[in-house]
Ligand binder design. Structure first.
Ligand code: AMP
Length: 448
């Protein structure tokens, strides 16, 4: 299949070719005709599948030759949970629409509202926005929604997680009833389906990856390590493997700042991106990382959501996420659009519960590989994929407070089995199946 068979016109096809895309990704092959047909669409697609072009391309096509947008109005509204994602969607619209005369604009909080108000006076064909700032702009009469033809909710699951539902409901009440609705979400959970009922009507349902599946091409592995040695192990992995561009996740803002300092002390160029940083600082950090001027970007989950970094080869979970679904989002940063990637989780024994939740969610025991000289004091147990009831997420800060004396250690004796050593393997040779077999045998490999 090629893009030209999907009903897109020459200026859009030209922009796609210039971007270097040859074939539509599976989500694009399904979503583009569905959106062009005018149907509502509900798509389960993770970041990295090409979903942005999946809705952007047909929207641009639909707008060509339509009515002129009026002052302080928009014809298409794309809502995203984070500023970074909003900026990236807007960038995609600019890229794919560069040979068209349509206008687009992005608005989010954390920057001055006045320039946004001035720019909206003329109206804009496609407006990308985070919900809070959009409501502020509406409150100041800078935007009205009478002319909306298409509404897109991007990463709807994340919007729910981040508590945006009241804002979204307020916005929905302001929109014309007759409009096309497109909803994208990493998974179709029950709450997402409940939300969808209030937004989409007789939608075309598209699902390109099984719900909660991790990106197939990501080589995932776990490096068991004592908590206090994590930053040394990370430094060693970066130095020894000559990792050039690494996205590292910490659970807290404080943890991100501290790790950044430790990496810099080890002569690794690092910068942090989290909610306490100004929008300007976050945008700058991301741009430096994308240009390769910064080797390591240390991020918290919310700050990293939706980051689109082409061909990012390495993701490190310095702390495991509190919510298992975030693991899937995190590792979705690598192996994007068909490329290969590697995701390593540095796991201390107090994080066993989180690891077990993740392994149950992705239905896979992740291969364990200790680093020579950094074997943890306590062996990380191997979880059972079925036997434990789901765990309530811990309060946010608890992971940084040292090892708990509870269940993880006790379970270790029952389930760990003998610790087997495997010869160290070269990076890039770590197939998930081989690793899973090792893990199932109760042991783990070791790296030099
Ligand atoms: P997304 O899932 O929308 O965040 O897109 C993930 C990445 O895939 C982005 O870097 C896009 O530039 C890239 N991409 C999107 N569509 C294609 C395509 N058809 N062929 C190659 N790369 C693509």
């Amino acid at each position: 299949m090629t893009f030209s068979t999907l009903g897109l016109s020459a200026p859009i096809l030209k922009a796609i070719a210039e971007k270097g895309y040859e074939t539509p990704s599976p989500i694009q092959a399904e979503a583009i005709p569905a959106v062009l047909s005018g149907a509502d669409v509900m798509a389960a697609a993770q970041t990295g599948t090409g979903k942005t072009a999946g809705f952007t391309l047909p929207i641009l096509q639909k707008l060509i030759g339509g009515p002129k947008v009026r002052a302080n109005q928009a014809r298409v509204l794309v809502l995203t949970p984070t500023r970074e994602l909003a900026a990236q969607v807007a960038e995609s619209i600019e890229t794919y629409g560069k040979h068209l005369s349509l206008t687009s604009m992005v608005v989010f909080g954390g920057v001055k509202i006045n320039p946004q108000m001035i720019k909206l006076r003329k109206g804009v064909d496609i407006l990308v926005a985070t919900p809070g700032r959009l409501l502020d702009l509406h409150g100041q009469n800078a935007i009205r929604f009478n002319q909306i033809e298409v509404l897109v909710l991007d990463e709807a699951d994340r919007m729910l997680d981040m508590g945006f539902m009241p804002d979204i409901r307020r916005l929905l009440a302001l929109m014309p009833k007759k409009r096309q609705n497109l909803m994208f979400s990493a998974t179709f959970s029950q709450p997402i389906r409940a939300l969808a009922k209030t937004i989409v009507h007789q939608p075309v349902e598209i699902s390109v990856a099984p719900a909660n599946a991790t990106a197939a091409k990501v080589k995932q592995w776990v490096c068991p390590v004592d908590k206090k040695r994590k930053s040394t192990v990370l430094t060693k992995l970066i130095h020894d493997n000559k990792w050039g561009q690494v996205l590292v996740f910490t659970r807290t803002k404080h943890g991100a700042n501290r790790l950044t300092k430790e990496l810099e002390a080890a002569h690794i160029m690092a910068t942090a991106i989290h909610g306490n940083k100004s929008q300007g600082a976050r945008t700058r950090a991301l741009a430096e990382f994308k240009r390769g001027e910064v080797q390591v970007l240390v991020a918290t989950d919310i700050a990293a959501r939706g980051l689109d970094i082409d061909l990012l080869p390495h993701v490190v979970n310095f702390d495991l996420p509190n919510v298992a679904a975030d693991y899937v989002h995190r590792i979705g940063r690598t192996a994007r659009a068909g490329a290969e990637g590697e995701a390593v989780s540095l796991v201390s024994v107090d994080e066993f519960d989180e690891l077990a939740d993740i392994e149950r969610l992705i239905n896979q025991i992740l291969p364990r590989e200790t680093l020579d000289g950094f074997e943890p004091l306590h062996v990380l147990p191997v979880s059972s994929l079925t036997s434990r009831p789901p765990r309530k997420p811990k309060p946010k800060q608890s992971s940084n407070k040292g090892r708990r004396s509870g269940g993880a250690d006790k379970r270790r004796d029952a389930s760990a089995g003998p610790k087997k050593k495997r010869p160290a393997r070269k990076s890039g040779n770590r197939g998930a199946s081989a690793g899973a077999a090792g893990a199932k045998a109760g042991g783990g490999a070791r790296r030099k």
